[in-house]
Design a protein around this ligand. Structure first.
Ligand code: CA
Length: 366
């Protein structure tokens, strides 16, 4: 409907230019280039470091790249719709764009989790490779198509941290009864190993840790965790974030609205999402290293690696949890097949490239 309106409008504008007096032609031309105004709803608070600012940067980028022909107004969580209603709001066209994380929508489509983070799955570089050049994005688009949505990779946090703990984790037994804020697949894995996973909004984590309502919490990494002051209410920070090794954020666009855009504006939306996807990872990488130094040098935080046998147990259980999803959900089965083939090959490649290089760089000089 919208595309037809645009085409009809353009034709009327063109005939007006051809047939009428100069003054009328100017009015018709101005009408034809009236900016398209979109709304973007997000799962983040407005301007929350990295995530909210990334969504705002994406909206501003689209405005600049299009010379103001397509403008996007950003609404933080709760401003137009609550955080977890972003999917429905964009699907129904209440807003034309949304920014969030695909794993929030597992209740809509279980396979969505593969497009944000899988425990012991892809890091940021591998996610981008799989999505853009390994068939991942085609599957993601097919999954969202029935909801009238077009997804785009729209940011990445890089490897997250394991979380903040008030209990030492020296063995798998220490996970027993551990009450931890860890949503999604990671939370399911912890529960299978005897822990109790809970989901609490980010803004409530500090108080929950301070009051002892929970024993541990994950959030994102040094940049965001320092902003919340989590180092003030926890004894230890464990690494790595086995449950979120390179979380992709998503930009979703209402498909009807997207297809009504002229071809160049569709390309601009795509290019702006790609730029944001890259820039957010760069920002997280740059800010995390600064915040890590601050946490160590100014706040004396006790950073600890998870013991190997704990990671082995988490990994084995993660495999079981992910395979169960693939068994019960047909679309997840297809995604998991693509994911698995890509993972095996990229691990073989990265063993002789990224991993070998990290090891080489860490050697003492002769
Ligand atoms: Ca997290």
């Amino acid at each position: 409907m919208k595309r037809r309106d645009v085409l009809v409008g353009a034709a009327v504008g063109a005939s007006a230019v051809a047939c009428s007096k100069p003054q009328e032609a100017a009015v018709a031309t101005a009408a034809a280039v009236d900016p398209i105004k979109w709304k973007m709803v997000t799962t983040w608070p407005q301007n929350f470091p990295g995530l909210g600012t990334g969504a705002t940067a994406l909206a501003e980028r689209i405005g600049r790249m299009s010379g103001g022909r397509l403008t996007v107004k950003v609404y933080g969580a709760g401003e137009l719709v609550p955080a977890l209603e972003v999917f429905d709001a964009v699907s129904t066209g209440t807003a034309q764009m949304g920014h969030g994380g695909a794993y929030y929508w597992k209740g809509k489509a279980e396979a969505s989790q593969f497009f944000s983070a899988v425990p012991f799955g892809f890091n940021a570089q591998e996610m981008n490779a799989w999505l853009y050049h390994g068939g991942g994005l085609e599957l993601w688009r097919e999954l969202y198509e029935p909801f009238d949505l077009v997804p785009f990779p729209g940011g990445n946090t890089g490897v997250q941290m394991g979380g903040w703990f008030n209990r030492e984790i020296n063995s798998v037994a220490d996970l027993q009864g551990l009450k931890m804020r860890i949503p999604g697949l990671g939370g399911e894995v912890l529960s299978r190993l005897g822990g109790a996973s809970v989901n609490i909004p980010g803004g409530e984590l500090f108080t929950a840790m301070q009051q002892g309502t929970i024993d541990a919490t994950e959030w994102v990494g040094p940049y965001n965790d320092l902003a919340f002051g989590l180092h003030r209410v926890a004894k230890y920070c464990y690494y790595p974030g086995w449950h979120e090794p390179g979380t992709t954020l998503e930009c979703m666009v209402n498909k009807t609205a997207f297809e009504a855009l002229p071809a160049d504006l569709r390309e601009i939306v795509d290019a702006a999402c790609r730029a944001t996807n890259e820039d957010m990872l760069a920002e997280f990488t740059a800010q995390n290293q600064i915040a890590l130094t601050t946490l160590i040098e100014q706040h004396d935080v006790d950073f600890r690696p998870f013991p190997d046998d704990v990671l082995r147990a988490l990994k084995a259980t993660s495999t079981v949890v992910v395979e169960e999803i693939a068994e019960r959900d047909p679309f997840s089965r297809r995604v998991y097949a693509s994911f698995s083939v890509f993972r095996d090959r990229v691990m073989a490649w990265h063993n002789v490239s990224e991993r070998a290089y990290y090891a080489a760089r860490a050697l003492d000089s002769a």
